[in-house]
Design a protein around this ligand. Structure first.
Ligand SMILES: Nc1ncnc2c1ncn2[C@@H]1O[C@H](COP(=O)(O)OP(=O)(O)OP(=O)(O)O)[C@@H](O)[C@H]1O
Ligand SMILES: [Mg+2]
Length: 243
């Protein structure tokens, strides 16, 4: 379909004998939030790595706006509108918070430098709740704040599709309410989102539809209400730690 922004078909990747991702297909349309759910080790982060070009798939297709990008390097995929955050935050620790966000502008079409870049970075930092942090060394921030810097950096690349890997994990209840509102506001700005998330409250309130994976393979597609009942089944088999 023509209005599919991100079209993933039959995505697969092995690590030795392990099928980490095994035939994953999903589609994201403009202003959709899609949840990618599943037990620990089911291949969610690997799927994001394959989509964002951190890893190359063994097979399968990753189309952005109808163009094939499977196996392309990460910078090309970023340049074509797919941004991401990492489950384990990856910042330039000895650079300032502002410099980290400016670095995220390097792959946008209108590359920005100097004052205008700093101004836009500061606006993004305010957006994620970090006004006043711009001059601090990124490595000195608390972990949750580092996650916010990473989101600001991803947004600096002006993504059309944003991949979030457990971005809401570890928030307290008040922070969670703010973070859910922030994610929703991104959707209102025409950013589509693929979110790997264990926080079911967030999945319920944010996701238009979801994919559940176990052992690399998709087992369930549908609305949050529909797939969360399947996730319960997974839990019943594997225990609470896994879902
Ligand atoms: N680079 C790698 N080399 C070898 N095995 C890997 C590699 N990356 C991931 N794996 C394995 O692939 C499987 C899927 O891992 P992945 O990190 O994608 O799971 P996940 O669903 O994100 O789990 P979690 O919920 O714990 O973050 C796991 O068995 C993991 O050990
Ligand atoms: Mg993961």
């Amino acid at each position: 379909m023509s209005n599919v922004l991100l079209d993933v078909q039959g995505l697969s990747r092995r690590f030795g004998g392990l099928k980490a991702v095994d035939g994953l297909s999903l589609q994201i349309r403009p202003r959709e939030i899609v949840g990618l759910l599943g037990p620990n080790g089911s291949g969610k982060t690997t799927a994001l790595n394959l989509i964002s070009g951190v890893l190359a798939p063994d097979s399968g297709s990753v189309k952005i706006n109808g163009h094939e990008f499977a196996g392309s390097p990460a910078y090309r995929i970023t340049h074509h509108g797919v941004g991401r955050t990492f489950q384990l935050v990856r910042l330039f620790n000895t650079m300032t918070v502002r410099e980290n966000v400016v670095a995220g502008m390097a792959f946008t079409n209108g590359r920005l430098f100097g004052r205008e870049a700093a101004r836009q970075a500061d606006a993004l930092l305010e957006r994620v709740g970090l006004s006043g942090y711009a001059g601090k060394e990124a490595g000195q921030l608390a972990y949750m704040d580092q996650k916010k810097v990473e989101l600001a950096r991803a947004l600096a690349g002006r993504p059309k599709v944003l991949l979030l890997d457990e971005w809401l994990a570890g928030l307290n209840p008040t922070e969670l309410i703010d973070a859910i509102a922030l994610v929703r506001s991104l959707k209102d700005e025409d950013i589509s989102i693929l979110m790997v998330e264990h926080v079911l409250e967030a999945v319920r309130s944010l996701c238009d539809h979801c994919v559940v994976m176990t052992a690399g393979a998709p087992i369930s597609y549908g609305t949050p209400a529909h797939v969360l009942s399947d996730l319960e089944v997974v839990r019943a088999y594997l225990g609470d730690d896994h879902a």
